[in-house]
Ligand binder design. Structure first.
Ligand code: AMP
Ligand code: GLY
Length: 444
C-alpha cells in the first residue's frame, strides 16, 4: 500500500510520461515539475509546477511545499545540476544519483577513466584531449576508425563516428569548428547496439529487458543522429540478434560498475555494442533512456513504487517481473526534425484513437500514447520543434507490436509529422540479425 506516498517526478518528456504512468499504476499520489507542460503527465498528477528543472533550489522548494516522500528524476541535466543532492539535503529521498555519481554520464572522460581504473570489461581503447590540434594529430596517427565525442552532455547529438558518418578530414574539421574544451577519441565499435537499464540502490542491481534504439533520423538508418526515433524490445530479456549469454555478459558489466560505485542510486543505463567479440561499452547514462523507458515501464509488472520505496527504506530491491510481451515504440517528430523542424502541426493521435484501436484488438495487443514536447492549446495539441509524441505497442511478438503502432498512426493521420515506419518491422530486425551473422563469420 502506497497511499501515503507523495512522489515528485522531475522532467516533462516522453520518458517522464512513461514514469508518470508507472507511478500512477500504484496508489501513490503523483506530483510533477518541469520546464514544459506535458499534457499526459498533467492528466495523471495531483499538481504540476512549471519551473527550471535544472535549478536544485526550485525543485527542492517545490518538493518541500507538496510534502514529497520520494522523488524520481527523468532527464540528465537536472542530475548534472545537483537536483538529486538538493532533494536529499532537504530530507526528500531522490531515486536518482547525485551529481558526483551522475558523472558516469555527464563527463565522458570521467566515464572512460573510471571504467579503465576499475578494470571493467568491454571498455574500448580511448584517449582524451583538451587540445584540438593534438586530437587531430591522434586521428592522423591512429590505426583504425575512431568515434569523436565531446566530453560533456550534448543530448546524444555530439558524437561523430569516422568510417560511418564522417571521414577523418571531416572529423578534424568538426573538432576545429566546434571548439570543445575536452574530447574523447575512442576505438570505433562495430556491431549492433542495445540498451540495458537497471534499478540500482545500495549495491543491488535489478535489470530490465534489452532494448534497441534507433538514433538515425531517417528510415534505413540514414541521416543525422537524433535523441532517438524509436525502439523495440522482445518478449524475452535478449533481442533477436543476440544470444542470451551476450545479454548476461552486459548485465555482468553493469554489475561490476555498480560494485565500483557503492553510493549509486536510481537508474543505470548501459549502452552496448554487440561486437563479434561480445558486448562492448558505448556509454553509461545515469537515468532511463528516452525512448527506452517507454518500452520497459509498460511491461514492468512489479510496482515501480515498490522499487523506489525499498531503495529509500534501505531494503533489498524487489525481484522484477515483466509481462512476456514484445514492445515497439515510434516517435512522431515534426517535419524537418532534427535539422529544420517546423512546429505548429495539430496532433491527431489522442486517447480516443488509442481506445478505439485497443478495443478492436482485445487482449492480444495494445497501444499506449506518450506525449513528449507538445503545445497544449484550447483547441488541441500542437507540435513544437522537438519530438512530439510516441506510440508504443505491446504484443506477443515484435512484428505484432509494430503492426498495431502503424495501424494507430495510420488511423489518426500524421500530417506535419514524420515517423520512422521501419522501426520494429521484420525487414529491419532481419537486417540486424544478418549483420551480426556477417560479423561473426556465419552464413546468412
Ligand atoms: P553517445 O552520445 O555516447 O550515446 O553516442 C551516440 C552514438 O554514437 C551511439 O549510440 C553510437 O551509435 C555512436 N557511438 C558512440 N561511441 C561509439 C564507438 N566507440 N564506436 C561506434 N559508435 C559509437
Ligand atoms: N535513447 C538514448 C538516450 O536516452 O540516451
Amino acid at each position: 500500500m502506497h497511499d501515503d506516498e507523495r512522489v515528485l517526478l522531475v522532467g516533462g518528456g516522453g520518458r517522464e510520461h512513461a514514469i508518470a504512468r508507472a507511478v500512477a499504476r500504484s496508489d501513490a499520489t503523483l506530483f510533477a515539475c518541469a520546464s514544459n507542460r506535458n499534457p499526459g503527465i498533467a492528466a495523471l498528477a495531483a499538481d504540476v509546477e512549471l519551473l527550471e528543472e535544472t535549478s536544485p533550489e526550485a525543485v527542492a522548494a517545490y518538493a518541500e511545499s507538496i510534502g514529497a516522500t520520494a522523488a524520481v528524476v527523468g532527464p540528465e541535466t537536472p542530475l548534472e545540476a545537483g537536483v538529486s543532492d538538493a532533494l536529499d539535503a532537504v530530507g526528500i529521498y531522490a531515486f536518482a544519483p547525485g551529481a558526483a555519481e551522475a558523472r558516469i554520464e555527464t563527463d565522458k572522460q570521467f566515464q572512460r577513466d573510471f571504467l579503465d581504473e576499475h578494470g571493467i570489461a568491454g571498455n574500448p581503447d580511448y584517449a582524451t584531449f583538451d587540445d584540438t590540434e593534438a586530437a587531430c594529430a591522434y586521428i592522423d596517427e591512429y590505426d583504425g576508425d575512431l568515434a569523436v565525442k565531446p566530453a560533456g552532455l550534448t543530448g546524444g547529438k555530439g558524437v561523430r563516428v569516422i568510417g560511418d558518418q564522417v571521414t577523418p578530414a571531416e572529423a578534424k574539421q568538426y573538432l576545429r569548428d566546434s571548439e570543445y574544451d575536452r574530447v574523447v577519441l575512442e576505438e570505433r565499435l562495430v556491431g549492433e547496439e542495445f540498451t540495458v537499464q537497471a534499478f540500482v540502490a545500495d549495491g543491488d542491481l535489478r535489470v530490465t529487458p534489452a532494448v534497441q534504439d534507433h538514433k538515425r533520423a531517417y528510415e534505413g538508418d540514414e541521416g543525422p543522429n537524433t535523441g532517438g526515433m524509436g525502439s523495440y524490445s522482445a518478449a524475452t530479456p535478449d533481442l533477436p540478434f543476440m544470444e542470451r549469454a551476450e545479454y548476461d555478459a552486459a548485465v555482468d558489466i553493469m554489475q561490476s560498475v555498480v560494485a565500483a560505485l557503492p553510493d549509486y542510486k536510481g537508474v543505470l543505463y548501459g549502452q552496448f555494442m554487440l561486437t563479434a567479440e561480445g558486448p562492448k561499452i558505448v556509454e553509461f547514462n545515469a537515468r532511463f533512456g528516452d525512448p527506452e523507458a517507454m518500452n520497459t515501464l509498460p511491461v514492468l509488472e512489479t510496482s515501480f513504487i515498490d522499487v523506489v520505496t525499498a531503495a529509500r527504506d534501505g531494503k533489498p530491491l524487489p525481484e522484477l517481473s515483466f509481462a512476456s510481451q514484445a514492445t515497439v515504440c515510434k516517435y512522431a517528430v515534426p517535419d524537418g526534425y532534427p535539422t529544420n523542424p517546423e512546429a505548429g502541426a495539430r496532433v491527431q493521435v489522442d486517447e480516443t484513437v488509442i481506445n478505439r484501436v485497443n478495443e478492436a484488438h482485445g487482449s492480444s495487443a495494445d497501444v499506449n500514447l506518450f506525449y513528449a514536447s507538445v503545445d497544449a492549446r484550447e483547441d488541441g495539441i500542437y507540435t513544437t520543434t522537438s519530438r512530439s509524441f510516441a506510440v508504443v505497442g505491446r504484443a506477443g511478438t515484435i512484428a505484432e507490436a509494430e503492426a498495431i503502432v502503424d495501424e494507430t498512426l495510420a488511423e489518426a493521420g500524421t500530417e506535419g509529422l514524420r515517423v520512422r515506419h521501419d522501426i520494429g518491422k521484420s525487414d529491419l530486425v532481419q537486417r540486424r540479425i544478418d549483420h551480426m551473422r556477417r560479423l561473426r563469420g556465419q552464413a546468412e
